[in-house]
Design a protein around this ligand. Structure first.
Ligand code: COI
Length: 353
């Protein structure tokens, strides 16, 4: 497949790094590619950023057959631009495609196209530490049809957004709220892939948490509502004494790339890591007996997000005096140092653009 490139004739004003928030501004160009059963994935192109023209009956609007990814490009001190573990994102994207009955794509081709898109948009990659270019690959069902089945046609697109911190708290502890009233994902469902509906399903509980003064929901499993699964849209980690523990990938948890990176770094540093079921009662008991040292979320958007307060029913606990603990700090520094090219990365983690 040949990638065609058409350039925008007028360019947008680029923001100052200090004005960047998350996900509100998009660059001048995007990648597009279409699928139909006759041609497969075809017509890959980089073109000016523009609206997607669709019939009101387009399937994605009705049944949510949509998948996406989130990854970032970082600018190093020498001015280079680099991606953090992008192959993992495209591999997960194809796993999401299989789960959502979407045709798979060529991962190597998509990564090359992304690199070319970023090359064109290089000036949009911000320079200040804490900022980056957020990359959002997406595939949506395009058949104009309101019967329920998998679509026959699809659009694959990639858009780019220069970003600052994801949470208004920045790298500061957030307060989280445990709910038994709502679940994010169920056994046999689609919680393990990055599909739009998982995020839609999280909104009402997220809203209730915010109204109660908390920034995130701590999700419990959908079967017994007993075991911790995720926090907001991130994976979650606990430090019990010297051990790092995270929920095992049960089928309803997203296999985060930052999650995997934290586990790999911890192992390389000689920290004991365990992936297992963790009940919410165990967490409150561990707080009571002093063994719960730290709690933090991990994700592409925030990297590491320390948790300061957890509310469960009428019980509220404060972790580490509500301050950022040394383990969260160490992971945040190590990951961001790798992402910004300040330290050497484990083999295969960094792709230069
Ligand atoms: C993440 O990167 O942690 C997320 O999942 C947030 C994203 C959906 C904006």
């Amino acid at each position: 497949m040949d990638l065609t490139i058409s350039r925008a004739t007028t360019l947008k004003d680029r923001p100052e790094d200090s004005d960047l928030t998350f996900g509100t501004l998009f660059t001048d160009h995007m990648f597009n590619m279409d699928y139909n059963p006759e041609k497969g994935w075809h017509n890959p192109r980089i073109e000016p950023y523009t609206n997607i023209d669709m019939d009101p009956s387009t399937m994605v609007l009705h049944y949510g057959q949509a998948i996406f990814e989130g990854l970032k490009a970082y600018r190093t001190d020498t001015g280079d631009v680099q991606l953090f573990r992008p192959k993992e994102n495209f591999a997960r994207f194809n796993r999401s495609a299989r789960t959502m009955c979407i045709p798979e794509f060529d991962e190597g081709f998509a990564l090359d196209a992304l690199k070319q898109l970023i090359e064109i948009e290089k000036e949009w990659v911000p320079k200040t530490t804490g900022t980056s270019l957020y990359i959002r690959p997406t595939i949506i069902a395009m058949d104009p049809f309101v019967g329920v089945r998998a679509s026959h046609t699809y659009r694959f697109f990639i858009i780019l957004s220069p970003v600052g911190a994801y949470y208004k708290e920045g790298f500061n502890p957030v307060k989280i709220w445990v709910t038994k009233e709502h679940v994010r994902a169920v056994r046999g469902g689609v919680g393990h892939v990055k599909t739009a509906g998982n995020y839609a399903a999280s909104l009402l509980a997220g809203d209730k948490a915010q109204k109660a003064g908390y920034s995130q929901v701590l999700w419990l499993d959908g079967v017994e509502q007993k075991y911790v699964e995720e926090v907001g849209s991130m994976n979650i980690f606990f430090v019990f004494n010297d051990e790092l523990v995270t929920p095992e990938l049960s089928g309803s948890i997203l296999p985060g790339i930052t999650r995997d990176s934290v586990l790999a770094l911890a192992t390389s540093w000689g920290i004991k890591t365990t992936e297992r079921k963790i009940s919410i009662d165990e967490i409150f008991d561990a707080h009571k007996n002093g063994s719960l040292k730290e709690v933090f979320g991990t994700g592409t958007a925030a990297v590491v997000s320390p948790v300061g307060v957890v509310k469960y029913g009428d019980d509220i606990i404060t972790i580490g005096n509500g301050e950022v603990g040394p383990v969260s700090n160490r992971f945040f520094s190590a990951l961001t140092d790798i992402q910004y090219g300040k330290t050497e990365a484990p083999a295969g983690w960094i792709e230069k653009v």
